[in-house]
Ligand binder design. Structure first.
Ligand SMILES: NC(=O)c1ccc[n+]([C@@H]2O[C@H](COP(=O)([O-])OP(=O)(O)OC[C@H]3O[C@@H](n4cnc5c(N)ncnc54)[C@H](O)[C@@H]3O)[C@@H](O)[C@H]2O)c1
Length: 315
């Protein structure tokens, strides 16, 4: 009697060290240049399901973790303790708790759709056109390019920073007004803080897609949907927590750069030096909120990875 039907086929060991999800098993075979077929639907390029699953995974994540994100944002910006950040939000009132959620909902859903979708498409395209290069290299370049493309949506993260910062509460009351308030400063003002975002995205994507497969391979082999869900949450969460911690100082600098409206565009090293001096040159002060970010990133990327992989199986 065959096993209960919800049991998934046994996964073989990933053929490639870069195998980053069992979704590969469901994909049509990678075309080589010799049997190249011009119809993109066979090659898998333009397969929108990775974009759709990334979009839904991000929506799920932001809706659940936004309040935690807001607490750690206040800690990044003002270098205050968690308790003080919570008191600050309580003082702002419940009606302000979800103030600023629209930009991340619009941004994170789109950036994660781009992140997962472009990674898949660019990996296939690069592997097809640069078949002599090792798969590790083509996938890393695909991850880097996907992260760079995500930075197109910097204006949303920039506006979210302004809405989350209580020192701007009197300047605008919603996302639309925040976008309008920047218009008189020119288009560059919407992209203030893009350099740290480019570094953060590229660094995060290369390591996330490069390590996701090996970490999942090291976990007990999953044979049911629920076991896969747990494994995917664990490998996404572990990676999210570690990468979120390593990129925390970049976000501290990004938050400071983006909390400013108008004025000169200061370089990443210059802003970092200013913050370092302000925080008594102590690493512990630079990582204020990192513990909360660690837990939020663990939950966020556990939710994102588990939702993405689960949806890939049913789409
Ligand atoms: N941090 C990671 O583990 C990781 C993993 C893979 C890829 N990346 C790359 O880094 C980029 C940023 O990843 P990240 O978002 O985890 O970095 P992050 O945790 O540094 O968040 C970046 C910004 O996104 C917004 N944000 C994040 N989570 C939010 C939430 N739950 N609610 C509201 N706003 C939220 C905030 O403005 C935050 O400053 C990704 O788009 C990707 O390109 C990061």
């Amino acid at each position: 009697m065959s096993q209960v039907k919800e049991t998934l086929p046994q996964r073989g060991k990933a053929g490639s060290t870069m195998m980053d999800s069992e979704a590969h098993e469901k994909r049509p075979p990678m075309l080589t240049s010799s049997n190249q077929d011009l119809s993109p639907h066979i090659a898998g390029v333009g397969d929108m399901k990775h974009y759709l699953c990334g979009y839904c995974a991000a929506f799920n994540n932001v809706a659940i973790t936004y309040p935690v994100q807001k607490i750690l944002f206040r800690q990044q910006l003002y270098g205050i303790k968690t308790r003080d950040a919570v008191l600050q939000l309580r003082k702002d009132g419940f009606r302000n708790l979800y103030r600023g959620i629209l930009p991340p909902l619009m941004q994170k859903t789109t950036t994660l759709a781009l992140m997962f979708g472009l990674y898949e498409d660019l990996s296939r395209l690069l592997h097809k056109h640069v078949s002599s290069a090792p798969e590790f290299a083509t996938r890393s370049v695909a991850a880097l390019l996907a992260g760079t493309t995500e930075a197109i949506l910097t204006p949303f993260e920039r506006v979210q920073t302004l809405l989350q910062d209580h020192k701007h509460h009197d300047k605008f009351t919603n996302t639309y007004q925040a976008f309008r308030a920047l218009r008189c400063h020119g288009i560059a003002e919407y992209y203030r803080g893009m350099v740290p975002i480019l570094f953060r995205n590229g660094f995060g994507n290369v390591l996330f897609f490069g390590l996701r497969g090996p970490i999942k391979e090291s976990l007990p082999t999953a044979t049911t949907y629920s076991a896969h869900l747990v494994n995917d949450f664990i490998c996404g969460g572990v990676l999210g927590a570690v990468l979120g911690f390593l990129s925390f100082p970049i976000n501290v600098v990004k938050a400071r750069i983006q909390s400013q409206i108008g004025g000169p565009f200061l370089s990443l090293p210059m802003v970092f030096k200013t913050i370092w001096i302000e925080r008594d040159r102590k690493l512990i002060n630079l990582f204020r909120g990192a513990h909360l970010n660690y837990h939020r990133s663990l939950i966020s990327w556990g939710i994102i990875n588990a939702t993405y992989e689960f949806l890939l199986k049913i789409v």
